[in-house]
Design a protein around this ligand. Structure first.
Ligand SMILES: [Zn+2]
Length: 155
């Protein structure tokens, strides 16, 4: 026992849990065995720890400064999650700010493909309603997904 490190992970872990279902990871597209509602494989869940750390950091900033720096967008269809995005301010909350966006869409029923996108929204006038920022993020994602869907059709 001495010197042996035992890591006990609590499941579900970032949308992964062990199970007997044949699943498709929305991040890397690989198949894996997991619980019925698992969205991603365990290695991708581990990578997503970074996203969690970014959110934790944002919450810490928010507590200390009283200002929010990460916007989380979750899309649900009849209560079932279909897509999510985090939009992180990387300009120290300057009036004209840049944002880092990480978004994931679960496989659509049309293409069966899920998507993951990371990009930045630059020079956004911060002191507006959150919807103004969401509009830019949504517009960009709609364009990228349209291109990806078209690629899928051509393949
Ligand atoms: Zn994966």
């Amino acid at each position: 026992m001495a010197g042996r490190e035992v890591v006990i992970r609590k499941y579900p872990f970032h949308s992964f849990a062990p199970g007997n279902y044949w699943c498709c990871c929305v991040y890397c597209g690989e198949h894996f065995i997991g619980a019925k509602r698992s969205l991603q494989c365990e290695p991708c869940a581990e990578k997503q720890d970074h996203t969690q750390k970014a959110l934790d950091e944002a919450l810490r900033i928010q507590r200390e400064t009283g200002e929010a720096s990460v916007l989380t967008v979750e899309l649900k269809m009849n209560g079932r999650p279909i897509a999510a995005a985090t939009v992180k301010n990387i300009s120290d909350l300057a009036p004209i700010s840049d944002y880092e966006v990480e978004a994931v869409s679960l496989p659509s029923k049309y293409s069966g493909k899920g998507f993951r996108h990371a990009f930045t929204v630059n020079r956004h006038e911060r002191l507006q309603t959150a919807w103004a920022l969401i509009a830019k993020v949504a517009d960009r994602l709609a364009q990228v997904e349209k291109i990806e869907e078209a690629k899928g059709d051509a393949a």
